[in-house]
Design a protein around this ligand. Sequence first.
Ligand code: GLC
Ligand code: GLC
Length: 616
Amino acid sequence: MNIDYLKKQISEDYFKLYPHREQDFEELLDEILKYHTYMKDDLFITKSPEWIHSPNTIGMMLYVDLFNGDIDGLLNKISYFKTLNINLLHLMPLVKSRKGDNDGGYAVSNYRELNPKLGDMNSFENAIKVFHDNGIRICIDYVINHTADDHEWAIKAKSGDKEYQNYYFMYDDYTIPKQYEAYLNSVFPKVAPGNYTYVEEINKWVMTTFYPFQWDLNYRNPKVFKAMVANLLFYANLGIDMIRLDAIPYIWKTLGTSCRNLPEVHIILRIFRTILMEYSPATVLLGESIVAPEIIVKYFGNDSKLECDLLYNASYMVEIWNSLATRDARHIQNMPIYKGNRSTEWINYARCHDDIGWGLDEINLRRLGFDPLAHKQFLIDFYLGNFQDSFSIGELYEYDPITKDARNSGTLASLSGLEKALLERDNYKLELALKRINLINALIIFRKGIPMIYSGDEIGLLNNYDYKKDEDKKHDSRWLHRQKFDWGKLNNIDKCDAYEYFIFNNLKKIISTRKEVLVNNRIIEENIIYSDNIHVLIIEQITEIDDENLILIFNFSEDRQIVETQQLKRQGVEKHMVELIQGKELNFTNEYIQLGPYEFLILKEKNSCKIETGYI
Ligand code: GLC
Ligand code: GLC
């Protein structure tokens, strides 16, 4: 690591945040040097972040305790991950969090101690080595916007220590908080309205954007910045491959603004990225910014100033659920494809531990004749299962009576119709639900980026209503889809009449096809191919190797659909192609292509095709 080079790279940005704080800057650089001396040489599978572009990278996210008890339990399941070709694990918050409600671990009491239920830091460090030896990379959360109210800093602040009170936003009365509130929305309008909490112990108002027990860190204080960089390097030293920066849009606050997505946030991310690039180039940053589509992409930074290596493709996720509800692919078709720079990548996902927030591009909606507010109400009702003919069963999350905004909770399987079909013992609906799930998996796994499967979805876990009996959880419907992995159900993946068999084995097939078809190759660009059929989405994928391009066709409806080949030919698609999963050949000299209910086609030019096919 060349500290002088790094100094040059970050100083301009640093002094934008902290004008005239030369002494603090020197202290930051010393801290970086100090951590570097703790770093072990043999930590990384490779020294380059290139691995994020490999079509071989397939991720799964899970709560360690819910999955299989603890870190040892996780290690026992390496062969399970290998069966599915999973080689990236996002282990959700596993550091120590506060007792009682802790927002699923996102209220951190100590960034450097493991949750004692899971193991200790030594066992975790060893586990990382074992995972690496097995070709599996590890991602963990770094909750940077706030600490828990029982973090050491918060405890010191509560004891009256001014230095630590400056780590947070604290006020003696409500005057300034009130001025802030005038410009702010609530993230959790129902369970935690407002952005400030009165803390009786110290008779002060503390900024708490999320839950009242999550105290927002004050990045205007260079000491906070230094401490948070130090934690980042601590994780890099452990050998963590991907660090998920939680809730990034919120980390900088300015009175009189929305305190979301402010320019300083981007400066902080740039500095984080630049430090890591010099310090441990293979460690990448995944940013969680679930905001409007055009704002999300800004978190990639640009060619000369990178920010996050990876971002959640939240817009794509929402578009998938929207297209399934409407059976209309026009909106997802019009979604701008981010052409960005070569060093960044999306995380493609359908479900995660959070709710689905309906952040659709409003201009695009209006252009297609939808009223955005009414359409959002439709989607909310649809996925609750209230809308006539909806296939879904889900719950409401955080209804805001003022903005009428709400989000939805539920597992992939329940939102896709499996729960309802089983309840109604309707085989036709069951068949459609399974096809829908299969389609969603293909939409996630074949797109450019890293697919991230939410643990449990691979065997179609249904909504779990037990959270309503738990005092610490019953107010938060996200627990509907955060449940213990059901290892008993895994026995069903070998029984060909079980739905778990269908979901699991088809997912496995889709993943292995992606790996085989793109072996030694890489998708460099995606383009939309337009057809007159509004139920169908067609994507062309340009790959690094000539003549190995792919065409993906997805039918979002339960009816048979027809696409005229004439339209495709006009856009340059007229080869003799093979469908890679089902093995059927498609000749574009025919007038039409037919698609069955929720059918998808992964097409490759015939003469470049060596792949083994076969459908479950
Ligand atoms: C992130 C997490 C979410 C949590 C929030 C506050 O968005 O994904 O689960 O509630 O941060 O930390
Ligand atoms: C909001 C936040 C996001 C968080 C989510 C929790 O969408 O932007 O950070 O994950 O709420 O439900």
